[in-house]
Design a protein around this ligand. Structure first.
Ligand SMILES: [Zn+2]
Ligand SMILES: [Zn+2]
Length: 178
């Protein structure tokens, strides 16, 4: 069966991208996958934004197949296309201040200092998202090939405050490709 974009009939499904609930009546994306435990297929549900950010290829397939109009289709499509063009962007799983100085940046291989901003990464392996380390915020361009990551950081770190976002924006503006 093809991937779908449809209205959630109940509020029971959880989004694979952010772990949050998908409200009844909200549009959701369903990725169809072979069922690993039985015959047939299983469906992984996502908020549309989470799908555009984290599963861009199947999301674009469903978007292309949809005949009814969709609010925000242009923005969602452009974010998904960026995730296809820059292969590491879908790994973004939010941002946080480093609680210790123990983690190493996956980009520059330097340690990430305690309290420094870092971007959380997940790799998509065997149909699931696996926590896969961190990169410095300032290593954005070196790692993701772009510093235009703020919508993704906000989506997967909804608790960031306005002052955090300002600091993050400042640091992203200083991100360089070195
Ligand atoms: Zn979500
Ligand atoms: Zn780094």
């Amino acid at each position: 069966m093809a991937h779908v974009i449809e209205t959630a009939s109940t509020g029971r499904a959880k989004c694979r991208g952010c772990g949050g609930k998908i409200a009844a009546g909200e549009l959701r994306f369903g990725e169809r996958l072979p069922n690993p435990f039985a015959e047939g297929e299983t469906t992984h549900w996502f908020h549309l934004d989470c799908a555009a950010f984290k599963r861009p290829e199947p999301f674009l397939e469903a978007l292309g197949a949809r005949s009814e109009p969709l609010d925000d289709a242009a923005r969602l499509e452009s974010e998904a296309r960026r995730g296809v063009a820059h292969r590491r962007l879908p790994r973004i799983d939010g941002a946080e201040r480093s609680p210790s100085g123990r983690a190493q940046c996956r980009s520059c291989r330097e340690p990430i200092a305690k309290d420094a901003w870092r971007i959380r990464l997940v790799f998509y392996e065997e149909d699931r998202f696996v926590p896969s380390g961190y990169v410095h915020l300032r290593c954005s361009i070196a790692y993701f090939e772009t510093a235009d990551v703020l919508p993704r950081l906000r989506r997967f770190a909804p608790d960031l405050r306005d002052e955090d976002l300002k600091e993050i924006q400042r640091e992203l503006a200083q991100s360089d490709p070195a």
